[in-house]
Design a protein around this ligand. Structure first.
Ligand code: GLU
Length: 402
């Protein structure tokens, strides 16, 4: 039996394939049934954010335009359809005495730490007032470069913003299939503990009729959600009482179970919100120290720097073979790192003209790649005397606090 009942913070994503019927009209009965379940979960004390698709689909329906169109035309369709889908949710939730608010986001709103926090504050301010935030991508202004592009990933990223315990992806399929969906012998994968290539190979799924994402984007989204420590469920949205049954522990759809490690607060943004500006390649000793011992990254262990970044920007840290170790906030710019890489801390001042931080990336501002084993907390270890790390007490890192 699944243990989802104790989880309190939910992001519920409703795909276009549920918002709309096959004939392109709004599927009011489905939206009402889902709204009733969301209202019931709120009564049980759950905090919810709804991520809804349907802007482009509804825009097409309202204007009766189904031919492929240019980006600007599609943005226009989304501008029309967003009003329609929001209007539908407002009316439906209105019947249930639930007030709603519209929050439209783009990738940029989640990439800068300041805007990420701003989104967090507005969502929690709404929740505190008992208002249900209804989120979509801001499709009418989001061009290809700034787009998240699908609401599966958007829902997981929003879950990161609100510290969700579970992201429920309501869809028109029954879950993740092992085998060709519906064929004899094929079955739904009920629980996933680790997302690997074998799992990705299961994905036969093409797109649903009206939506953007397919099963592959749902798996990407599950990687994000489980990576920061939330469950993610892919469940059939038209199944009666699916949300309540899922939360009551019934085996329905596919549930991705997070590992033990729960990433919190600002480290969530470091891991899954921000835009990576550059890469630091480190030697085997530094890799070992950062990965296994949870140490900060020092310049001595850095062998190469790529990309252009400033102090406070997010950088990827990779091992000698190019494997990602994790990502974190840089205490030095790319230009400065290029000058101090390989050097012991004592030489920084001579090279840079000032004495900055000992660490290039402090361990408090670093998040290990998902799937890496938990490092031993440094305070449980004897000092290793290696030149690759210095442990400062918490709080002495750079002033990049939330
Ligand atoms: N934001 C898009 C819309 O509302 C949906 C993207 C998706 O289908 O995942 O039309």
């Amino acid at each position: 039996m699944r243990q989802l009942g104790a989880l309190r913070s939910l992001v519920v994503k409703v795909g276009t394939g549920l918002c709309m019927r096959d004939d392109g009209r709004l599927d009011g009965p489905t939206l009402l049934a889902l709204a009733q379940q969301m209202a019931a979960l709120r009564q049980r004390g759950c905090r919810l954010v709804l991520v809804t698709s349907g802007a482009v689909g509804m825009g097409r329906a309202v204007l009766d335009e189904y031919a492929p169109v240019s980006l600007a035309e599609k943005q226009a369709l989304a501008a029309v359809g967003q009003v329609a889908i929001m209007n539908a949710w407002q009316n439906i939730f209105g019947l249930l005495d639930v007030r709603v608010a519209q929050v439209l986001l783009t990738r940029q709103d989640l990439e800068s730490h300041e805007r990420f926090l701003n989104a967090r504050h507005v969502l929690s301010a709404l929740q505190r007032r008992g208002i249900l935030p209804v989120v979509n991508e801001n499709d009418s202004v989001a061009t290809e470069e700034i787009k998240i592009g699908d609401n599966d990933n958007l829902a997981s990223l929003v879950g990161n913003v609100v510290d969700a315990d579970v992201v429920v992806n309501l869809t028109s399929t029954e879950g993740l299939w092992r085998g060709v969906p519906g064929a004899p012998g094929a079955e739904i994968v009920r629980e996933v503990h680790h997302i690997d290539e074998a799992l990705e190979a299961l994905v036969h799924g093409s797109k649903t009729r009206h939506g953007t994402g397919g099963m592959m984007t749902k798996i990407q989204a599950a990687r994000i959600a489980t990576g920061y420590g939330a469950h993610m469920a892919i469940v059939p949205g038209r199944e009666p009482n699916v949300l309540l049954r899922l939360m009551d522990g019934e085996e329905i759809g596919t549930v991705f179970i997070p590992g033990q490690r729960r990433v919190r607060g600002r480290r969530r943004w470091i891991a899954y919100g921000g835009k990576v500006a550059g890469t630091l390649r480190v030697d085997a000793g530094a890799s070992e120290a950062v990965k296994r011992k949870g140490r900060s990254l020092l310049a001595a262990g850095i062998v190469d720097v790529q990309g252009r970044f400033e102090v406070g920007d997010l950088v990827r840290v990779e091992g000698p073979d190019g494997d990602k170790i994790g990502q974190g906030l840089a205490n030095y710019s790319s230009e400065q790192v290029a000058r101090i890489k390989g050097l012991p801390t004592e030489q920084f001042e001579g090279v840079l003209g000032f004495k900055g931080h000992d660490e290039v990336v402090h361990r408090d501002h670093f998040v290990l790649e998902q799937g890496s084993p938990q490092p031993t907390p440094p305070h449980l270890e004897r000092p290793a005397g290696q030149p690759v790390s210095i442990d400062l007490p918490r709080g002495q890192g750079p002033a990049l606090d939330a």
